[in-house]
Design a protein around this ligand. Structure first.
Ligand SMILES: NC(=O)c1ccc[n+]([C@@H]2O[C@H](COP(=O)([O-])OP(=O)(O)OC[C@H]3O[C@@H](n4cnc5c(N)ncnc54)[C@H](O)[C@@H]3O)[C@@H](O)[C@H]2O)c1
Length: 465
């Protein structure tokens, strides 16, 4: 009798033999032949780190979820959130007293310091204000990306954090997922030699694109940030982190091609429910996505998931509007070319119009190469003529999002605060500044028709000090 694992191994070996390769997989109970990322000596905190949440939406809930899971490490002791249901739910879940509940972040800073840290999960345009106020009062921070809406604002936050010796974790959660940690480990271990070049691809998936970046909170660069910051700062950050050298030159092209007024089909209407003549055949029909299929219904966005509640919600929010008739301006496709260090080239593509999601990466080195799709990492050794396979499903912490990265980040952030050691956190504010500068600079290049830009290394010096 052949079990599934043996059968898969046999299929892999057969495919490899056909290509003149040997495929090496992990064997149960044995260390993976590619090794594993180093882990630091985790220490139980002497008391839970206390924190207040600014913005109890999707991300606020995710990080507060860590406190619910590990109450000995993190305790949520305050919440600022204007939507009453969300405020109530956070307060009930964490036993937050009335005097530590506010309808907006400003009020949380009216009184004396009451916690170790502030978790900033407000919308993008409301990061700068609470970050500066919290640092001023001596709090440590967990700060959602994008850090802020402009490079000068990012620098202000860094300056204040440095002057207060605050620990600031930026939510570049991919750095904490087992998959990307393994990718970095493979490169750092020298297994593929020196990195020559990288191709990195972020397929957003077309309905996700329409939901978040056409109808949703990240549709307009002025209200939020450009796509390279709101979505792809993760990718720019991962590239910098894995390559391990500063980005020096950048160039970008891209545009909003599909989701524009000129592209609205004849017979379409302001809302999908207004008698649109093409609703039945439109892949972005709000009636189809939210009402018939009941997909993409965000956290407590709708009062209920019955048809009447969804219809009412579609009638009053952007989610019911035609994707060709909104005030969105962020791109639906963008490419960025980069040079890291003296010669490592990297090509990044963000594509909104795909049928699939999941980042794909190819890293070409002097002794081998790596091909990854967030599910598997295949590492080929030119000398051995062997391909090694690492599978994320055997390693990911399925109980948190971003392949385990969400709670991995909070774990390291709690350690960094309780031990006063920012080195326990990889996505410090200083480390996260670079990808933001690359993002802002690449966006300038795109708006300027793709001109080649030099990354201002002097501007990054503040973070390196
Ligand atoms: N790290 C990641 O992978 C990741 C993923 C998604 C979103 N984000 C970022 O996280 C942040 C939050 O995103 P989200 O998806 O949770 O959005 P969300 O809309 O679900 O949550 C934001 C919350 O902030 C609240 N808010 C608005 N004004 C406020 C104010 N004045 N004071 C306090 N709260 C206020 C809103 O009512 C809302 O509940 C954004 O900056 C977003 O870009 C990061």
């Amino acid at each position: 009798m052949v079990n599934r694992r043996d059968a898969l191994r046999a299929i892999g070996a057969a495919a490899g033999a056909a290509a003149g390769l040997t495929l090496v997989r992990a064997q149960e109970g044995r260390p993976h032949p590619l090794g594993r990322p180093a882990i630091y000596d985790w220490q139980a905190p002497s008391r839970p780190v206390t924190a207040a949440i600014m913005g109890a939406g999707n991300r606020g809930r995710v990080y507060a979820g860590y406190a619910a899971r590990f109450p000995g490490e993190l305790r949520i002791v305050g919440v600022a959130e204007p939507i009453a249901d969300r405020n109530d739910a956070m307060a009930a879940a964490h036993g937050i007293p009335a005097e530590r509940r506010w309808d907006t972040w400003e009020r949380a800073f009216d009184g004396p310091k009451f916690a170790d840290a502030i978790i900033i999960t407000t919308p993008d345009h409301l990061h700068y204000g609470p970050a500066m106020a919290a640092l001023e009062r001596g709090y440590d921070l967990l700060l959602e990306k994008a850090i802020a809406q402009s490079w000068p604002q990012c620098r202000d936050i860094l300056g204040r954090a440095q002057s207060r010796a605050a620990i600031v974790g930026v939510c570049h959660v991919l750095r904490y997922s087992p998959y990307f940690r393994m990718m970095k480990h493979v490169v750092d271990s020298g297994r593929i030699g020196d990195v020559i070049s990288v191709q990195h691809f972020e397929p957003v998936e077309h309905i996700h694109m329409s939901h978040a970046f056409v109808r949703g909170n990240w549709r307009n660069a002025k209200e939020s940030t450009p796509m390279l910051l709101s979505k792809s700062c993760h990718d720019l950050d991962i590239l910098r982190w894995v390559i391990g050298q500063p980005c020096r030159r950048v160039q970008s092209f891209g545009s909003l091609r599909l989701f524009r007024r000129e592209m609205a089909p004849a017979g379409s209407t302001a809302r999908c429910s207004d008698g649109c003549a093409v609703e039945a055949s439109c892949p972005f029909s709000a009636l189809d996505i939210y009402l018939r299929r009941k997909t993409w219904l965000g956290y407590k966005d709708t009062p209920g998931t019955d048809d009447a509640s969804i219809r009412e919600w579609l009638g009053r929010t952007n989610y019911g509007r035609c994707v060709f008739r909104l005030d969105n301006d962020v791109v639906d496709h963008q490419v960025v070319n980069m040079v890291f260090g003296d010669s490592v080239t990297a090509a990044f593509s963000m594509e909104g119009l795909t049928s699939y999601a999941g980042r794909r990466t190819r890293i070409m080195g002097t002794r081998g190469d790596l091909v990854g799709d967030e599910a598997t990492l295949d590492v080929y050794d030119f000398h051995e003529r062997k391909r090694y396979r690492w599978a994320a499903k055997e390693h990911a912490d399925a109980s948190s999002g971003h392949g385990g990265g969400d709670h991995g980040l909070v774990r390291d952030w709690v350690q960094a605060i309780s031990r006063r050691d920012p080195a326990l956190l990889t996505s410090t504010l200083a480390a996260s500044m670079e990808s933001h500068l690359v993002g802002f600079t690449a966006e300038e290049s795109r708006l300027d028709g793709g001109t080649l830009r030099t990354i201002d290394q002097a501007a990054l010096e503040q973070g390196r000090r």
